[in-house]
Design a protein around this ligand. Structure first.
Ligand code: SF4
Ligand code: SF4
Length: 117
């Protein structure tokens, strides 16, 4: 299994490099008091992705809502989130790519492990 640092490095290369709040090279340009739900909840996001295996994004999104969004300060009791509606949450905006990156690294780490077994 890849370590969380390895997952985060891959996220910076593939997601932060694309992010509207990034500098195009993987560095975040958010102000120090800026909020990124992906960065803040990264441990939980990795757990969510690793707990699901599907060719559809739907079960990943359901798990994300249940384990991350339901505890997020931006989501109302009704389950609505203005950040999500306004496409301002990087975690939600790039979630399919985030799943892809984490699963690719998981597979790569698994294959590297098998070679040594
Ligand atoms: S806002 Fe989040 S996803 Fe975007 S560049 Fe910063 S850390 Fe990466
Ligand atoms: S979509 Fe909304 S509730 Fe979910 S993590 Fe992003 S800001 Fe929080």
């Amino acid at each position: 299994m890849a370590t969380e640092d390895e997952y985060w490095q891959a996220i910076q290369e593939r997601v932060c490099a694309k992010c509207l709040e990034g500098d195009g090279k993987g560095n975040c340009r958010l102000a120090p008091d800026g909020y990124c739900a992906l960065k803040t909840n990264f441990h939980k996001v990795v757990e969510v992705v690793n707990s699901v295996y599907s060719h559809s994004i739907v079960p990943y999104e359901e798990a994300l809502r249940k384990h991350v969004c339901d505890n997020c300060r931006f989501q109302s009791l009704s389950g609505a989130c203005a950040m999500r509606t306004e496409v301002e949450c990087a975690l939600d905006r790039y979630f399919p790519l985030i799943v892809e990156v984490i699963e690719e690294n998981q597979r790569r780490a698994h294959m590297a492990g098998s070679l040594w077994e």
